[in-house]
Design a protein around this ligand. Structure first.
Ligand SMILES: [Zn+2]
Length: 235
């Protein structure tokens, strides 16, 4: 059987042509016939998965291994040793991936600092647990600077590029230069914390990132250059 309007082949039992929507009528086939419908009439309602339920299952799936780790560790060593690190890693995964999913709107402006603070707390825990002396003089300033940089980029991208998308070029250009500066800080802090000699390797990434950053900023400054690059590379 074929649709009389568009000619598409129709399965028995359909009421309308799936392509053009024309009502199907065949005098020899009864409309209330025994042919089963080729697809269920209402599918949309049944396919919706409840978000909260799914997230609850994921949360449970993460809590159970943490509990198993703690119990095994306590049974073997009588105190929390390695299970704290495992729990910390899973906590970072949960806060950075699953926590934002509990909320309908994905606001990275808020969730990124939460995940970053959580990662810093776990790092501090690892430092204290391993009797390290590197948190305050290395991990905290480097991690803090990186978190501040990324958060600034997130905020700027969200609030300044809505009607002028090319401003992202300035933001990423600035980010590249700032990461180059961060490399200098990292080398300096490695020197202070771990007594590594200053070899000035930081100047290599700094110079490359400065060139990349300045290029992005120059492209952003000249509308004609932007236009021609856009036409050439669709960026
Ligand atoms: Zn049709």
């Amino acid at each position: 059987m074929y649709c009389i309007k568009c000619g598409v082949e129709l399965q028995n039992g359909v009421e309308r042509c799936p392509l053009c929507g024309l009502r199907v009528y065949h005098p020899d086939l009864s409309q209330n016939g025994a042919d089963p419908k080729p697809y269920p009439r209402y599918t949309e309602g049944a396919e919706k998965v409840r978000r909260g339920g799914l997230l609850f299952v994921i949360t449970m799936l993460l809590i159970i291994p943490v509990l198993i780790c703690f119990l095994t560790d306590l049974k073997m060593n009588g105190k929390v040793t390695w299970s704290g690190f495992a729990a910390g890693g899973l906590l970072i995964c949960y806060v950075s991936i699953c926590l934002p999913l509990w909320f309908r709107k994905n606001r990275s402006v808020i969730f990124f600092p939460i995940a970053a603070a959580c990662a810093m707390a776990v790092t501090l825990y690892v430092c204290l647990k391993t009797d390290g002396h590197w948190f305050l003089s290395f991990a905290f300033p480097v991690g803090g600077a990186l978190i501040l940089l990324i958060e600034t980029v997130i905020v700027l991208l969200r609030y300044t590029t809505r009607d002028r998308p090319y401003r992202a070029l300035f933001i990423f250009g600035g980010l590249a230069i700032a990461i180059g500066g961060l490399c200098m800080l990292i080398e300096f802090l490695l020197h202070i914390t771990f007594s590594l000699p200053m070899q000035w390797w930081c100047l290599y990434p700094l110079s490359v990132l400065a060139v990349v950053g300045l290029t992005l900023i120059v492209i952003g400054l000249f509308p004609a250059l932007r236009e021609s690059l856009y036409r050439k590379f669709f960026i």
